[in-house]
Design a protein around this ligand. Structure first.
Ligand code: CTP
Length: 451
């Protein structure tokens, strides 16, 4: 089934749209994400083979970026250029970024079995841009050039990124051809988005998905065989806001970046991901269902609504431990408050501890510990006290870790393992390491729940 990728432009550009009530999830369409540094630990795409088909449309120039990013992430990328594509972009451009000569012709000497080798050897076939003509040929199972022949010869997941003029995209024949492609198992569509088209064509639906979105869709297809594939993963993130009066709140400096990285990494590994997040300026990552809340009690309700269905819960939120007992409905006036006043605070529910008692057996629960001192000892205390399977300890008060930073220094603690201290890395790379630890635990936990 072609599971339409998140259409670009769904929701607000900052992802802040909340649809259908306080706990209705929005589906993340996320902005293009920055290129990850391949030198960091990250997606293990080394040794994975991607066949990248490029058809003849103006968006072909962006496919050079797709080929480059996939290569930087460790994949071996074999580019197949249709004859029409060569009018837009030269084979040498792709060779320059992949280090491999693109394949051009099914009838080239020595290329007789190329379609079978490429189709059979690929872990994923991606076609970007997929033009109206290519979609028509692929939908009817034609094998009229090297690219369509590779498609017929592969059982690997196929990611299709349509790109064309808005009138061509709206044409009933194109719609019918896309619908026919949707019937093919293991086909995934990414985009098209709604935006500027070729010069002189204005804007509208039909614009190819951005390279980062296409790379993520390929990553998700490559992650399809992992331990997290098909699992339900809940991530909490951001800080809660506890109202003091009509305009003020008690909050903290959590940015939600660690949770967004975790949600994105889990989606790339094939999971169905729900992110329950306090206020943040970040858009939900592509494919992730986001539920936006403000207070700890709203977060608790949203989490407890769904936690029983989850295979994994990662509690990355910075939940306010206390809230003002009686928030004022009006704005507190300085004259009324006088030279100083005390806030009467009452304890908030402990969301992680409460969820732990509701999660089904065999599931994995991960907590975070942000500490200014005695990091590992305090994190070990939380492991036991809140019934976590893993705790991720990170230091507070450093510019390169914890709240607001793009990087983190984490130590992963488990019940039967020595603490694993990891070096400084991006939050995405840290998320990937945390999910490695979750994946290592899942089969054991499931086995124990059966036994
Ligand atoms: N947490 C939670 N609900 C709360 C407080 C914390 O779910 N009311 C979760 C956090 O998301 C995190 C873990 O519990 O995964 C640890 O949070 P932290 O605030 O560090 O721990 P506390 O138990 O609140 O201890 P302290 O504030 O004393 O360090």
């Amino acid at each position: 089934m072609l599971s339409g990728g998140p259409p670009s432009g769904a929701g607000g550009p900052d992802g802040s749209t909340v649809q259908g009530g306080p706990h209705a999830p929005e589906t993340g369409s996320g902005p293009p994400t920055p290129l990850r540094d391949a030198r960091e630990p990250g997606p293990p795409w080394h040794g994975r083979r991607v066949a990248l088909g490029v058809c003849g449309g103006i968006a072909a120039y962006k496919s050079v970026q797709v080929a480059r990013d996939l290569t930087l992430l460790g994949a071996s990328v074999d580019v197949v250029l249709t004859e029409a594509a060569r009018n837009f972009v030269a084979p040498l451009s792709f060779e320059g970024v992949t280090g491999r000569g693109p394949l051009l012709d099914i009838f080239a000497v020595g290329g007789a079995a190329m379609h079978i080798l490429l189709g059979g050897g690929a872990d994923c076939v991606c076609v970007a841009p997929a033009t109206a003509d290519f979609i028509a040929r692929a939908a009817s199972g034609r094998a009229s050039d090297l690219l369509t022949t590779v498609l017929v010869a592969t059982g690997a997941p196929v990611v299709v990124a349509p790109a064309m003029n808005d009138r061509m995209y709206a044409h009933p024949r194109t719609r019918r051809n896309l619908a026919r492609l949707e019937e093919v198992p293991h086909y995934h569509r990414v985009g098209p988005g709604d935006g500027r088209l070729a010069a002189g064509e204005g804007s509208g639906p039909g614009r190819m998905a951005e390279p980062a979105e296409i790379v993520d869709a390929v990553g998700r297809a490559l992650g399809a065989g992992g331990e997290l594939a098909g699992r339900r993963v809940l991530v909490t993130g951001g800080g809660t806001r506890e109202p003091v009066d009509a305009v003020r709140y008690l909050g903290n400096r959590s940015s939600g970046k660690m949770a967004a990285a975790l949600a994105r990494a889990a989606w790339l590994r094939g999971a169905a991901v729900t992110l329950v997040t306090g206020p943040t300026s970040l858009a939900a990552p592509p494919g992730v269902a986001a539920i936006r809340v403000e207070t700890a009690r709203e977060m608790r309700d949203a989490v407890l609504d769904i936690v029983e269905e989850m295979d994994v819960a990662v509690h990355a939120a910075a939940v306010a431990d206390y809230r003002p007992r009686s928030p004022l409905s009006d704005k507190l006036k300085r004259q009324e408050a006088g030279p100083g006043f005390a806030l009467d605070l009452v304890a908030n529910p402990d969301i992680a501890a409460e969820s732990g008692t509701r999660m089904r057996s065999g599931s994995v629960s991960v907590g975070f510990a942000l500490e200014t001192s005695n990091l590992v000892a305090r994190a070990a205390g939380k492991l036991a006290a809140k019934g976590f399977d893993l705790v991720v300890a990170n230091p507070a008060g450093r510019p390169d870790a914890g709240f607001e930073a793009d990087t983190n220094r984490i130590t992963i603690l488990g019940r039967d393992m020595p603490p694993r201290e990891l070096p400084l890395m991006s939050k995405f790379a840290a998320a990937w390491q945390i999910l490695d630890a979750v994946e290592a635990l899942l089969p054991e936990r499931q086995e124990a729940s059966r036994g």
